[in-house]
Ligand binder design. Structure first.
Ligand SMILES: *Cc1c(COP(=O)(O)O)cnc(C)c1O
Length: 400
């Protein structure tokens, strides 16, 4: 090839992204191809974003159609795609009022501002938000301040104040941390970046009833868990509770950037001029989001994700049976992690790449699998077979 893209990246980029040595040029369904034409099975899916697989015809059609029609106007005006998507998201989440943005971090920022405003108006100036250890909410200053992981926060102190951290999956810790200054609890129903951590079934119901009793808000970050990933449209729907507000992004755009937060009427207190965005909710992003969500609902992809997830669970458990180095298999729907007995996940990821599989090392000791919601059983078989070979090589002590 005429250009060395990897060298050019090193020359021009802040070195914040730890990239694998591969340049991807094309995708279709669960597969992507690199510059040399090598094919990979994609169980990263743009970090749970490419929900319908790469270059899904409905998404391509929505992009083409809306790009010709109208891409962006600002929110000084009404546009049709954003109203259609707002209605679909509100009606299917049971929540009332939406704000569109461009990313997950911005969506969570919105929840934080919502909690601050609500605390000011409804709870005597309460501003603290209880968050969980190992939580991930994004990379802006406010969302970094809310992060559970010290490594995300340490370089950027002083942080935004008012975040109180408690262990995940411990409702009692939330009760104890609640004071007159508490405005809200902010949680991921399933911790994604923290390593695919699922709480006990009674955790969210307990937190919900505590929040009701204490008169504070329950905010859920569904950026990774939402839009079908866990086998329901939203992960909170497994537990039968209703949050006061949620953040969504990732899978909603199917690979196109879009985010949103959605609140119940009683706490949707941001008024004229108190929040805003130039690009958020633009006609192109919303037309794509509408096409993605409509497809997911019409084809009941959450139910399909639940079924494929059960299949994947069986396959991963049989993998664990063959490989003593696998100490745990955990997940739900189509978000899974395999915990290893030593910090070899990065090495495993590299070997898997060479074998034609994209997975990621969500922790030094864990590999994460977050394929498109459209993944087939046959693709799951192939991915698990590759991981089987990767683990065999690691066990045999094969050097990289
Ligand atoms: C990815 C993620 C975010 C941040 O989303 P960006 O689009 O990267 O800003 C926030 N919360 C959770 C739970 C995520 O997984």
């Amino acid at each position: 090839m005429s250009e060395n893209w990897i060298e050019l990246e090193k020359q021009y980029f802040l070195p914040v992204s730890k990239r694998l040595q591969v340049t991807l040029v094309r995708g279709e369904g669960t597969r992507v191809w690199d510059l040399e034409g090598r094919e990979y099975l994609d169980f990263v899916a743009g970090i749970a974003a490419v929900s319908l697989g790469h270059c899904h015809p409905e998404i391509v059609a929505a992009v083409e159609r809306q790009a010709r029609q109208l891409m962006h106007t600002s929110n000084y005006y009404y546009t049709i795609p954003q109203v259609k998507l707002a209605q679909l998201l509100c009606d299917n989440s049971g929540l009332d009022k939406i704000f569109f943005c461009n990313s997950g971090a911005e969506a969570v920022e919105g929840l934080i501002k919502l909690a601050r405003k609500w605390g000011k108006v409804k709870r005597d100036g309460a501003y603290e938000i209880i968050v969980a250890e190992n939580a991930f909410h994004g990379r802006t200053m406010a969302t970094v301040s809310a992060a559970g992981n010290e490594k995300y926060r340490a370089p950027f102190t002083p942080l935004l104040e008012g975040f109180v951290r408690v262990p995940f999956n411990d409702a009692e810790a939330i009760r104890k941390a609640t004071t007159g200054k508490t405005a809200a609890v902010l949680l991921e129903p399933v911790q994604g970046e923290g390593g695919v951590n699922l709480p006990d079934a009674d955790y969210l119901p307990q937190v919900r009833s505590w929040c009701d009793k204490a008169g504070i808000l329950l905010l859920l970050d569904e950026v990774q868990s939402g839009i079908g990933r866990t086998g329901k449209l939203f992960a909170f729907q497994h537990s039968g509770i209703e949050p006061d507000a949620i953040a969504v992004a990732k899978a909603l755009g199917g690979g196109f950037p879009i985010g949103a937060f959605i609140a119940r009427d009683h706490c949707a207190l941001l008024g004229p001029g108190e929040h805003g965005t130039t690009f958020g909710g633009n006609a192109l992003a919303c037309e794509v989001g509408y096409a993605v969500l409509k497809y997911i609902l019409d084809h009941d992809l959450p139910a399909q994700a639940a079924r494929r997830g059960e299949y994947m669970e069986r396959r991963l458990h049989s993998l664990a049976d063959r490989h003593p180095m696998v100490t745990e298999v955990r997940g739900k729907g189509l978000i899974w992690a395999v915990e290893l007995d030593s910090p070899v996940a990065e090495e495993a990821m590299g070997i898997a790449l060479g074998e034609g599989l994209l997975v990621n090392n969500v922790k030094p000791t864990a590999l994460r699998f977050i394929p498109p919601l459209t993944v087939t059983e046959e693709e799951i078989d192939r991915a698990v077979e590759i991981v089987d070979r990767v683990l065999s090589r690691l066990e045999a002590g094969t050097p990289k």
